[in-house]
Design a protein. Structure first.
Length: 393
């Protein structure tokens, strides 16, 4: 799986590998192709309700090979760690789900209900795979959703949404000694950005979600003009927002629309915007039976984890940096800024669903020398097997 370069594409090749393993074990599955070498895979073990959906994405992010100490397209094992692109985010989590299903099937473990595997394409860019599975009604009978994204020994039950908007400002070029002959695209863009930022901050001020915190608004990219003595005919800005259920993506987009329309009406500006990414915030139930089971089953694995004082210090520090908590004794429940396919799977039921993100991995996702502790990976296969059996007892 690590050898397949599935950077927002080629997920079909990962699905083929999973299909072979599932076929050999006699687990019912199908590949649902879309586009150029892209695919989702759905597999089911057991039958009837309740249905526990377990999910992982097959795509990874690009690598900068020069910064790696090993070949990122090869699974390398060194000092109790795995290295390779996707070991943490999240081919290991996906493999652990599949292996758990295969081992349960081979052992003939009775399952009172269904484990439904949803392996997706394109989670890293727009989540088209999860979106398609939801449209194709694969979520309709699902009672609980577990996503094996890297959380370490923690349960994430809420994720912020994300809204990315690009604003284009079209002007008219002119020599800068005659500004009246032109339309300054950069100045118009700056004014409109200023108005939008002020409005968004006013509208979201004091609105908070108790797990996820507040709305985040960042102007991350700005371009425009090409010469010091020419009135710029073009400017563009890209804005990234992290959203909460209390102030929705649609409400934010409305502010953009209103401010831009009003500004265009009152001036000679030609400003337009487009949404380039739109995923909603989701909040599950902190005390769901699924999370309680994970805490019970996972606790001994967390406590038996071999960690040096130095590693504990590092883990605490990196948890702090990402706004998360760390414990060596209890499986914590928390919310997180980053999103998952859950935003598309739960589009019709974003709040209060039995949802958890719980999978093997550390904070090296998307980074150079992405790694995963070997023992954590194998622990997770054990944990998943116990969890599936107990949840569907
Ligand atoms: Zn991921």
């Amino acid at each position: 799986m690590i050898e397949v370069k599935s950077v927002n594409g080629n997920e079909k090749e990962v699905a083929d590998i999973l299909k072979k393993v599932l076929d050999d074990a006699g687990i019912q599955n199908e590949i649902l192709t879309f586009g150029n070498n892209r695919a989702n895979l759905v597999a089911t073990l057991g039958k009837g309700r309740p249905v526990l959906a377990v999910s992982g994405h097959m795509d990874v992010v690009e690598v900068d090979k020069d910064n790696w100490e090993t070949d990122p397209s090869e699974l390398v094992e060194k000092d109790g760690m795995f290295y390779g692109r996707g070991v943490t985010d999240m081919k290991a989590g996906l493999a652990a789900l599949v292996i758990s299903m295969v081992e349960l099937k081979e052992a003939g473990t009775p399952i009172n209900g269904t484990i439904k595997l949803l392996a997706t394409a394109g989670e890293e860019v727009g989540q088209p795979g999860a979106e398609k599975l939801t449209e194709q009604r694969y979520m309709k009978d699902v009672d609980a959703l577990l996503i094996a994204e890297p959380s370490g020994y923690r349960c994430v039950y809420a994720n912020k949404g994300e809204l990315n908007i690009t604003i284009d400002s079209k002007g008219q070029a002119a020599h800068s000694s005659m500004p009246k002959a032109g339309i300054n695209a950069v100045e118009h863009l700056l004014h409109v950005l200023n108005n939008i930022e002020t409005k968004v901050k006013q509208a979201t001020d004091g609105i908070e979600n108790e797990v996820l915190g507040d709305t985040v608004f960042n102007i991350d990219v700005i371009k425009g003009g090409n010469q010091i003595n020419a009135i710029p005919a073009f400017a563009q800005a890209q804005i990234n927002m992290r959203t909460i259920p209390e102030f929705t993506n649609a409400q934010l987009e409305d502010i953009f629309k209103e401010v831009i329309d009003e500004y265009n009406d009152q001036t000679d500006a030609q400003i337009d915007y487009s949404v380039t990414m739109n995923t909603i915030a989701i909040t599950g139930k902190e005390d769901s039976s699924l999370i309680q089971l994970i805490q019970k089953i996972g606790k001994p694995y967390l406590q038996n984890q071999e960690m040096s004082d130095e590693e504990i210090k590092q883990a605490k520090k990196s948890a702090e940096l990402t706004g998360l908590k760390f414990s060596k004794d209890e499986i914590l429940t928390l919310g997180m800024s980053g999103g998952t396919d859950g935003s598309k799977f739960l589009i019709d039921q974003p709040n209060g669903f039995d949802y958890v993100m719980f999978g093997p991995g550390n904070d090296t996702m998307h980074k150079d020398n992405e790694s995963l502790s070997k023992s954590m990976y194998f622990d997770y296969i054990d944990i998943y097997k116990k969890l599936f059996t107990e949840y569907l007892k």
